[in-house]
Design a protein around this ligand. Structure first.
Ligand code: HEM
Length: 522
């Protein structure tokens, strides 16, 4: 047969086709090997399973030693999943900002994503049409100018937080968590101030976040490693039944919160809130009722713990750096005085307080890898190959203390680094010229939507708390004893290790003046 083919007229064509196919196969193999030979440096691990041990160890991945060992980019992989750790602002900006069009997807989770949220959790949703509509709708309400309508809520909550602290200073975490959630419930639904952490909505939300994060933990769901398991019918798979149950449960919870706002609007009660804007702009945003409810609901999950954890780090920072606290007190005394607590209208005249917001976000380690991005196409960067589907981890602590950007004293908490010699705000301390002075809000198209709201909350909280109180170490505490390095993992974020402090009123009338001011916001 072979002889016949070779001997016929067609034989030449066939031989040519086979040779050509062979050459193409060889070329593809050569190219792919060449690509994989050019992956960024990093630990290789074992054949087939890769570097499982390190890939699931965030402390190892985030350590500044990796930068010394491998440089600005480190690539590792496990079970075929590529992971890229970005260790310099320059590269983070080049990839996640300048090539944002191909680095803006999120990691896919079958259980937490496809089943438990039907991919309607804004923070986790893939880079698709739903995300685009969510992004547009939320930018309308959370832009720098739009958030000013929430100032009265933030002012009220700053006073409530300060009064709570003055009454029971030791319960810092409870105060910060109640405060952050209460702001977001009011901003989202014009909900009245939340009084305690036992409030049913507080408990329900905490459970929602806890469930999702548990579901996303590596190794909790086998289906994440063996996606074909999703095709096993629900009656044999408890995880699928649970995920469906909680999707329906959470959808009803979020829809119920928006419905209350819709009822108010129908009854002529028109108070500023994110949900009210979504309802009024229904046709512009093109969101279904369910999408709308999940969008508003995800703001609570994304904004609560991040804000409360930042406050927690700030308190530690001003204890470790009493000189910073003293300079903030001096600014408040000069600009606000002792006759009334600060308001948003004071903030333009309080550059040191505003710089303290930037510096807290730079110095604190709130989310060590922000929220990972995923690449959507194969890419080449400075001769290195980055395969499609790579999980990209910006190493926030390393980027925020990059000596090329912040100098040799980057470890120090020093708001003055964001000011010039005259004490005025310096707009850009960053490589891309962005104004924040840190990369804690993430990058590119997925940059934190709530950043303006969060900055306002932190500024008015710092101003109000420092106007009323002085924070000190308890008697007998030795300088240098405070631990600024340990990271205690909470659900979404990392907090500092527990520490002791005293919160002392700065002058006798502070409580009465705060209570008086609070009445204006009731
Ligand atoms: C200090 C407080 C906050 C910090 C440190 C923080 C940090 C972040 C980070 C790191 C991301 C991921 C960015 C990226 O993927 O590159 C993010 C995304 C997001 N944040 Fe924030 N955030 C804070 C407050 C808030 C608040 C108050 C809200 C709601 C009003 C909010 C809503 C969101 C949303 C919805 C996303 C997802 C955006 C998207 O995937 O397109 N955040 N935030």
């Amino acid at each position: 047969m072979v002889t016949w083919i070779l001997g016929s007229d067609n034989s030449f064509h066939l031989l040519a086709v086979v040779t050509l196919l062979g050459a193409i196969c060889w070329f593809i193999t050569y190219l792919s090997k060449r690509s994989y030979r050019n992956l960024p440096p990093g630990p290789k691990g074992l054949p087939f399973i890769g570097d499982v041990r390190h890939a699931v160890d965030p402390i190892w991945l985030a350590s500044p030693e990796r930068k010394n060992e491998y440089g600005e980019l480190m690539y590792t992989s496990t079970l075929g999943q590529g992971i890229l750790v970005i260790n310099s602002q320059r590269v983070a900006i080049d990839l996640l900002e300048k090539r944002s069009n191909i680095y803006s997807d999120r990691q896919r989770f079958i259980s937490a994503g496809d089943y438990m949220t039907e991919n309607l959790s804004f923070t986790l949703t893939p880079y698709d049409d739903v995300w685009r509509r969510f992004r547009r709708a939320s930018m309308d309400s959370f832009s720098k100018s739009a958030v000013s309508r929430f100032y009265p809520i933030q002012n009220r909550e700053a006073i409530m937080l300060t009064l709570g602290f003055m009454k029971s200073p030791s319960a810092l975490q409870k105060h910060f968590e109640r405060h952050a959630l209460s702001i977001l419930l009011s901003v989202n639904y014009h909900h009245p101030p939340t009084q305690s952490e036992d409030d049913p909505i507080v408990v329900a939300l905490a459970n929602h976040v806890r469930r999702l994060l548990h579901e996303m933990e590596p190794g909790v769901r086998l289906v994440e490693f063996f996606p074909w398991l999703r095709y096993i019918p629900s009656r044999f798979t408890q995880w699928k039944q649970n995920a469906r149950f909680y999707y329906n449960h959470d959808s009803l919870m979020f829809e119920g919160l928006v419905k209350k706002v819709a009822d108010d609007l129908a009854n002529g009660i028109d108070q500023p809130s994110f949900s009210a804007s979504l309802i009024k702009n229904q046709s512009k945003h093109n969101l279904s009722e369910r999408e709308r409810a999940w969008l508003a609901g995800d703001m609570l999950a994304a904004g609560t713990e991040t804000t409360s954890t930042t406050l927690h780090w700030w308190l530690l920072a001003i204890l470790v750096y009493p000189d910073v606290q003293a300079r903030a007190h001096a600014e408040l005394d000069e600009i606000v005085g002792y006759a009334r607590p600060p308001t948003f209208s004071d903030l333009p005249s309080l550059p040191y307080i505003r710089a303290m917001v930037k510096e807290t976000l730079r110095w604190a380690v709130i989310a060590p890898f922000a929220v990972p991005h995923v690449s959507t196409t194969d890419d080449w960067y400075e001769g290195m190959y980055i395969p499609k589907g790579t999980i990209c981890l910006p190493n926030i602590k390393v980027l925020n203390s990059d000596p090329n950007v912040f100098g040799k004293d980057a470890e120090r908490f020093d708001p003055a680094r964001h000011l010039n010699k005259k004490g005025e705000e310096v707009k850009a301390v960053m490589m891309d010229g962005r104004e924040e002075g840190h990369v804690t809000f993430g990058f590119g198209r997925r940059l934190c939507v709530g950043k303006h709201l969060a900055e306002g909350t932190l500024a008015i909280d710092f101003a109000t708390m420092l106007w009323a109180m002085k924070f000190e170490r308890p008697e007998g505490a030795v300088k240098g004893e405070l631990d600024v390095h340990t990271l205690v993992r909470s659900s979404l974020t990392t907090r500092p290790a527990p520490f002791e402090y005293k919160a002392l009123p700065r002058f006798p009338e502070a409580v009465a003046l705060l209570k008086e001011a609070l009445e204006l916001y009731q």
